[in-house]
Design a protein around this ligand. Structure first.
Ligand SMILES: Cc1ncc(COP(=O)(O)O)c(C=O)c1O
Length: 418
């Protein structure tokens, strides 16, 4: 593609404003195809697009991903625009913009836009499904002890409210095969089972579960599967159509690096009519997923900025991003594998993890370990001490470089050699 045509294409989707001066000065074709523009320089450029806190090395990007400057600039403009147009915008333009964003998001995760709504986060998305499910007394649900607390709490609440039974399985830290995991869920299924909740990526260890295979197995029993994709959308390449799950929730302020308070909920068309909304809606709309989306007035500029985040991700390329995140995780993990007193809590198989990793050090409590890393080495991680996982979660981001990871490796070796 000629440089001018390429630039035209970028500006057609509003992306030309994203390209920082540094990139504008290089040949964009080379930037994307890497003939002269090396991989290393590409990620250096990406790093330069972030405003980083120089007081510590941020290796805790799993809670939320800070927004790169090109998206931040557009986000700030959106805040001003909404404030400028006020109620006029809300009454006349919001719905049109929202449906455009939903279409783009549906394309990004490969699903039908009539099966998708924008929510505020994964908690809202999945709790809408769990609490709105038409449970009957003695129905059963299956999930794992490694699942996220908020959703487990909602299952406990509906069990008290409707008399359903929750069955909780335990996922091994280093599974031998996909089949081993699929069977863990399958063994719990009986004629009363209605819903399985599965984490696409377990947040505390970074383990990716074989969601597609679990969905296929469950469908043979007529059991529905709800996927917690909080850490999946924007971290690795995925297709909802391919997974063929019944429900999928994600937080876009995590790996899509959209503003805080943005998420999505996918529901397979055939399941939409039976889910009760949290906030009552017009009876005309009961067959449409929009019935679940009424939440009153909220910060719409955050929602609008999802489009800017998608454009930026498309500029990066999701496969390239996935490869980079996996490279960064492997980089530090491979250097501490086999080090005395160090335990790795993340699977080693390539497709069972991506950017998130977790390690522990024998005889050091996780909270102490995280403290030492921050106080003595200026490295920010998060302590994990639950469900049999003892360690620190390390979550690099696209701005992370290998010099920072070398510092982490140095710190781990020093601490482990007590
Ligand atoms: C696996 C998983 N599910 C759900 C959530 C909840 O995300 P949010 O707080 O954005 O709703 C998180 C948050 O870290 C998570 O890690």
């Amino acid at each position: 593609m000629k440089k001018r045509t390429f630039l035209k294409k970028l500006s057609a989707i509003g992306l030309s404003g994203f390209i920082p001066n540094k990139i504008n000065n290089t040949n964009l074709e080379d930037l994307n195809h890497g003939k002269y523009y090396s991989e290393n320089n590409f990620w250096k450029t990406v790093r330069s697009q972030y405003k980083l806190n120089s007081e510590f090395i941020n290796l805790e990007n799993g809670y939320y991903n800070i927004i790169p400057n090109p998206v931040m600039i557009k986000y700030k403009k959106l805040i001003s625009k909404i404030n400028y147009e006020g109620s006029y915008y809300m009454r006349n333009k919001l719905e049109i913009d929202e449906s455009k964003i939903t279409k783009n998001l549906a394309e990004f995760i490969d699903c039908n836009n009539e099966e998708l709504i924008i929510t505020r986060n994964t908690t809202e998305s999945l709790d809408l499904v769990i609490s709105g499910y038409p449970w009957k007394k003695n129905d059963e649900a299956i999930f794992a002890d490694h699942d996220y607390g908020a959703m487990k709490d909602m299952f406990i609440q509906v069990s008290k409210r409707y008399g359903i039974k929750n069955k909780i399985i335990s996922i091994p830290l280093h599974p031998k095969s996909d089949q081993e995991i699929v069977e863990l869920y399958e063994k719990q299924i009986n004629s009363k089972t209605k819903l399985i909740m599965v984490c696409h990526m377990i947040n505390i260890t970074g383990q990716i579960l074989p969601v597609k295979k679990i969905c296929k197995m469950a469908a043979n029993y007529g059991v529905e599967v709800m996927v917690d994709g909080a850490h999946a959308v924007g971290q690795f390449n995925l297709s909802i159509r391919d997974l063929n799950c019944d429900y999928y929730g994600s937080s876009l302020h995590k790996w899509l690096a959209a503003p805080l308070g943005t998420g999505l909920l996918y529901i397979k068309k055939k399941n939409i009519p039976k889910i009760w909304p949290l906030f009552a809606t017009s009876t005309k709309n009961l067959e449409k997923i929009k019935k679940l989306n009424h939440k009153g007035t909220h910060p719409v500029h955050s929602k609008l900025a999802i489009l800017c985040a998608i454009e930026y991700q498309n500029w990066l390329g999701i496969k390239k991003k996935e490869k980079r995140l996996r490279f960064l995780k492997d980089y530090w993990i491979n250097k501490i594998k086999g080090v005395k007193n160090v335990k790795i809590n993340t699977p080693f198989d390539k497709l069972r993890a991506c950017g998130i990793g977790n390690f522990g050090i024998k005889s050091i409590e996780p909270s102490k370990l995280a403290d030492i890393l921050l106080k003595d080495y200026k490295i920010y991680t998060v302590a994990i001490d639950e469900k049999g996982v003892k360690g620190c979660r390390v979550t690099p981001n696209l701005f992370t470089n290998t010099t920072e990871l070398d510092r982490l490796v140095y710190a781990i070796k020093k601490i482990a050699n007590f």
